[in-house]
Design a protein around this ligand. Structure first.
Ligand code: ES4
Ligand code: ZN
Length: 328
């Protein structure tokens, strides 16, 4: 059975760092990891919440130091994504997680874009790059990061907001989002993962986001659901992530069917696939099996991903045709 063609819209490139590549890069760069073996590292992949995961995520990415490292990481993701049906990927990166430890933003962007530039030919995948601000860092740091990225804005499609949500509402980043919009960038933000519906309202009304990342907690607020449906604001849902970070207890309890029933423009994505047990095709298979989704629903989810993508209309139409042509 060929995988269903999809666009992946919620994917942290640092979250694709698999244990084998992490150890290889640690060796190559002379970085000491606090784990002796891959088995010892893998034992740390049981998370109690978002912060618990973020601690490992930031610790492991210290092996990423050179332009080649970022290109290798990105190529490894693209190869796996292609095997799982991804035709278009909109990829987050966290510049502050690298600049804070002395890796220049130019190094990060050059490495990632080297792989992305070759991706249509090498993997048959089109891409966009989304620069995220760490919401647990200051608003000033986000502004500095945006200015440091200015020479590269032609390579950046959108800005996003990630890291520890609770206590760091979208309103904190009003200014940098205004600058991003002035510069012609699209805007997205993580909201309503661990944080309350009020954070989703702020992302919409204060940041003016074009998509909401996660957003699963919107279901707690009827008026918010009505707003998201009326505006057709896409939500990039990450089912396996939600289970691993204990946003939901079990995949069988995931609100994805309720979100679809409410008329929300929902997509399925992998978030940090090296940490959460699967890439986008694995997420599709898991929700199909746990939630009993039929072929029509899977096709709707795939169609939604291309509707929600930052694509020109010709390319979008071509991808939608691929979805209609897919047979299990
Ligand atoms: C993230 Cl799952 C998740 N949530 C918020 N920030 C993140 N950064 C990487 N993965
Ligand atoms: Zn995420």
């Amino acid at each position: 059975m060929p995988p269903i063609p999809t666009a992946e819209l919620h994917l942290h490139i640092e979250g694709t760092l698999e244990p084998d590549l992490a150890f290889a890069l640690a060796e190559r760069n002379g970085v000491e990891l606090p784990y002796a073996t891959q088995e010892e590292l893998k034992a740390a992949y049981s998370f109690s919440d978002l912060q618990d995961f973020l601690n490992l995520y930031y610790a492991l990415m210290t092996v990423l130091r050179t332009e080649d490292d970022f290109a290798d990481l990105t190529n490894a993701y693209l190869a796996r994504a292609r095997a799982q049906g991804v035709r278009h990927a909109e990829i987050f990166f966290d510049p502050q997680a690298h600049t804070a430890r002395g890796v220049e933003i130019d190094t990060v962007i050059r490495g990632i874009t080297r792989a992305l530039d070759a991706a249509p030919e090498t993997y048959g995948i089109t891409t966009r790059l989304i620069m995220c601000f760490l919401r647990d860092e200051s608003a000033e740091s986000a502004l500095e990061t945006f200015e440091a990225a200015r020479p590269h804005l032609d390579r950046i499609a959108a800005v996003g907001l990630d890291s520890a949500e609770v206590g760091n509402p979208p309103s904190k980043f009003r200014e940098v989002y205004a600058l991003a919009r002035e510069a012609g960038l699209k805007c997205v933000a993580h909201a309503g993962e661990e944080g309350p519906p009020a954070y989703v309202w702020e992302a919409l009304d204060i940041l003016g986001v074009d998509r909401v990342d996660h957003g699963v907690r919107c279901l707690e607020d009827e008026a918010l659901v009505a707003r998201l449906v009326a505006d057709r604001t896409p939500l990039t849902v990450c089912p396996l992530s939600n289970v691993r970070l204990r946003v939901v207890d079990r995949l069988e309890d995931h609100p994805l069917p309720a979100m679809l029933d409410a008329g929300l423009l929902v997509t399925v994505n992998s978030d940090d696939p090296a940490y959460f047990g699967g890439y986008v095709g694995d997420n599709f298979t898991a929700v199909r099996d746990a939630l009993g989704l039929d072929e029509t629903t899977l096709r709707t989810l795939a169609r939604n991903s291309f509707e929600a993508a930052f694509l020109d209309e010709g390319t979008r139409a071509a991808y939608l045709k691929e979805v209609e042509g897919w047979t299990r």
